[in-house]
Design a protein. Sequence first.
Length: 764
Amino acid sequence: MKYNLPVVLLKGLITLPEQEIKLEINNEYSKKTISISKESYASKVLIICPKNQKEEEPDVSDLPKVGVVADVISSITLPNKNDRVVLKGIKRVAVNKYFNMDKNRDVLLSKVQDIELPKLNKKEKEAAKRKLISLLRKFIKSNPSISNSILSKVTHINDLDLLTDTISSFLPLTFSKKLDLMQEINSNKRAKILIEDILVELEIIALENQIDEELKVKLDDAQKEFYLKEKVKLIKEELGEKSGKEVDIENIYKEIDNRQFPERIYNRILKETKKYEMVSDISPESSMIKNYIDLLLDLPWNIYTDDELDVKTVEKRLNKTHYGLDDIKKRVIEFLYLKKINPEINTPILCLVGPPGVGKSTFAHSIADAINRKFTKISVGGLNDSAELTGHRKTYVGSAPGKIINAFKKCQSNNPVILIDEVDKMVKDFKGDPASTLLDILDINQNKDFVDNYLDEPYDLSKTFFILTANDINNIPNELRDRLEIIEINSYTEFDKSNIAKKHIIPRIHDLYNIKKNNVLINDKELKQIINSYTKESGVRDLERTLETLYRKVLIDNESYPISISSDLILKYLGKPKYEHLDYSNWYVGCCNCLAYTSCGGEVLPVEACISNKESEITGMLGSSMIESISVVNSYIYSHLKDFNLTEEMLNQNIHIHFLDGASPKDGPSAGLSAVTVLLSLFKNKEVPRNIAMTGEITLSGNILKVGGLKEKLIGAYNNKIKKVYIPKTNEADLDDIPVLIKNKLEIVLVSDYKEIYNDLFKN
């Protein structure tokens, strides 16, 4: 049967048979359509929904060919002039034609006809019905947002058409899916679409539940901790107690009220504290902000110690703790004297260079004690990461301030003595160049505004007394060395070691082991025996350990006092002598002593040569400089064969030259004299005196060049019982720095050409 109906076009809203909808109409076209429906079409309308929801005025050809006939249940005009309309879907119909009404051209009419529904197999309909209801139960059970009321409605519906439409209206389906269901006239096909959709929804719900469970397991511990913390917080509030964070904030405000800070730091602390108040306790940022505030509060921004400016008092304190070291003591005294005149004078940046064990680090501590300053030490030996000195950015995980800022935090003073130890052992690699970083730290023109990456605020280092230590000045980068005031601390002589032992080491051992005065005695002879036979060092570190060992064994093995330590007791408790200085028992032709300067002080290195049945070779772990030096020596001797009364056949022999000790690496331009001498001794078959040593480089013409480390070399010669040394005449000015004791004990011969040594050793 065909008939006409006015059309109501709904966008985004699907109406199904037996479904009731409520609309609020505010456009004149829809109001007129409802009015005409009531007057001329028994309150019947055709509800359609276009597929393109964005089209404002869809073309008639684009309108759907299937719609739903609906009854206008009620229509009421509201105070806002809108009409509230209730519509109820009746059945699907096929649309044959759309056309405009003759009298009202803006009202759309449609010519529709009833759809003849296909006949379905009863068994298929029943199976589809049961499956739908079964899946619907599972869906409602797994989805609490769907009301159970739908089950009571659908269980009594036998008609599959009505069942599918009822279920479709309740399920949370997409607009396009509902549109497809509305336009599908075959109820069996609609049932299959619904079954498939419900199964997909059940799988999605199962996956969501699985994800929720996994998240729940992960969050349980955090939620439990949060719950317990909140509970404890509430309990404390009931008891009148404050939370940890509240106490922290109160303490911060008390601290900034009770102390004086630079204005920028005061404002920064306030800013960070307000940020800390707003951040949740469980946020990782909370602890980061708190750590930063703690650093700002812990640094001694305006805290200074008063220097001891009484020169005599300081000198007395320094002499009490360390023997010798006159140069560095004088420099400290000069600084204090000038500071007394001008309190704003720049603090010197000193670098103590010398072999291990001579007291560089301990003397830095003594300086701090003597002038009443706090002391802290930073070790940079092996350091290769610049961030270790300047800190890491706060944005990094585990970030922290650098060693410099930590030093001020530790000593709680803004003018401490900071020892930067082993500056010659820093490493430059892909991680950075710490030596370059030290330039900013030690430059008196820049370090007033030093900025640590973590602190991110300028910090004044200009009042700090920096003292650096190094074993070898050649390993300090040139650009860094330019910022430093170098003071060399030389090796100790046997006399120095004996005095240090008597004035410092032995009294310290007496205090350590609670030995009363005169209970254990040792005289100079036995003390020198220990120094010469059981230690071999430039400093006194090993001597101190050896004396402690001796005193321990003496105290444990003897009950009666006084005890006098004799040579026999030394042999009994310390064992056989560990070192013998230059064994001359096998001295022969082709031997000579060379003076060397190492990071451990001055050394005497014997050099030997012999005729070999193999090819000529040079051994002793030599560096490139020494190998080149030997090559120069060969050329020099060859060019002066007549002067030395030698023949070419002598030089054409296979010669083996060896520098003792063979296990120690050696390099440097100061072995030329000894190499020439050892070869001439071999060729002329004349022995060089055993107690003679020499140092200096030779040119192809025989000139002798200046060498470094002369003081250390001469001390090494003295300690090894050398009587006579040859040194370059160009080093004559360096003799002013040599201790008088050394100059009195050594015959020092200044030479400018090798022929002077030749005439002295081989012509007489």
